[in-house]
Design a protein around this ligand. Structure first.
Ligand SMILES: NC(=O)c1ccc[n+]([C@@H]2O[C@H](COP(=O)([O-])OP(=O)(O)OC[C@H]3O[C@@H](n4cnc5c(N)ncnc54)[C@H](OP(=O)(O)O)[C@@H]3O)[C@@H](O)[C@H]2O)c1
Length: 239
């Protein structure tokens, strides 16, 4: 029997590539996204099951967990992204409050709600991978602050799930092209600047991150937990 895998934010980009990777391995994959109009075509194209669920909404996440039922081997928290830009003319403190609140909701609440809703179903030998960002390491603004909080939240999760032999890690992703992350706002100049920051002189691909998720969910990674794994082409390096 194949593994059961839930990928939040599986309609595009990194989540979609991750869902495809597990599906190619014969896993029973479920993807989510906020809207049926993105979830249904993506699920059909991938040959997986799709369920619409806004992971910032507790009621929808509870319904998702109920709908899934059964055991879960792998949870990938890929849902997330940049906050909406506050409307022009919004007072500065109000704009900051909106931006920070939206960043935390999109990037921390999504993972925390989904993980909490399904954690009792995670099987021994299971894995939780949450997608963080290089923005947590440098110049990430409210989005980076939220991704840093995601990594901090993962530490407690890993401690709680460790005795059940469930590993919990964050992949801190560098710039990945071919996603909807930048909502069409990426310019050629910005793209080149981000590529130039890498040691490999290329952007990441959704597949680069998907392969790392797949490794973290593999038998060879059973002693890796409570970590932030940096996948960024060398744009941010560690000792
Ligand atoms: N691309 C990059 O350069 C980059 C770099 C570092 C980190 N990341 C992180 O990588 C993750 C995946 O992003 P991506 O680059 O693949 O961008 P993407 O193509 O925009 O994918 C984001 C996915 O999340 C879903 N989503 C967003 N909010 C959601 C919510 N509240 N509930 C459920 N689903 C939600 C979107 O689906 P719907 O729109 O259909 O709801 C979509 O499937 C994000 O956490 C992002 O912060 C990306």
């Amino acid at each position: 029997m194949g593994r059961t895998v839930l990928v939040t934010g599986g309609t595009s980009g990194i989540g979609r590539a991750t869902a495809a990777r597990f599906a190619a391995d014969g896993a029973d994959v479920v993807i989510t996204g906020r809207r049926p109009e993105t979830v249904e075509p993506a699920a059909a194209e991938l040959g997986v099951r799709g369920l619409a669920c806004d992971a910032t909404r507790p009621g929808e996440v509870a319904a998702l967990a109920e709908e899934l039922g059964g055991r879960l081997d792998v949870l990938v928290n890929a849902a997330g992204g940049l906050p909406p830009v506050p409307a022009a003319g919004t007072p500065p403190l109000e704009a900051l409050a909106q931006e920070l609140t939206a960043s935390v909701a999109a990037n921390v609440l999504t993972a925390a709600l989904t993980t909490t809703a399904v954690r009792d179903r995670l099987a021994s030998g299971g894995t939780v991978v949450s997608i963080g960002s290089i923005g947590a390491e440098r110049r990430g603004g409210s989005y980076g602050a939220a991704k840093a909080a995601l990594a901090a939240w993962n530490l407690t999760l890993a401690a709680e799930m460790g005795p059940r032999d469930v590993t919990c890690n964050v992949i801190s992703s560098g710039y990945v092209a071919d996603t909807n992350f930048f909502r069409g706002a990426m310019t050629e100049e910005r793209h080149q600047a981000l590529v130039e920051e890498t040691l490999l002189k290329r952007p990441g691909t959704p597949g680069d991150i998907a392969e790392t998720v797949f490794f973290l969910a593999s038998p060879g990674a059973r002693h890796i937990t409570g970590q932030t794994i940096h996948v960024n082409g060398g744009a941010f390096t560690t000792r």
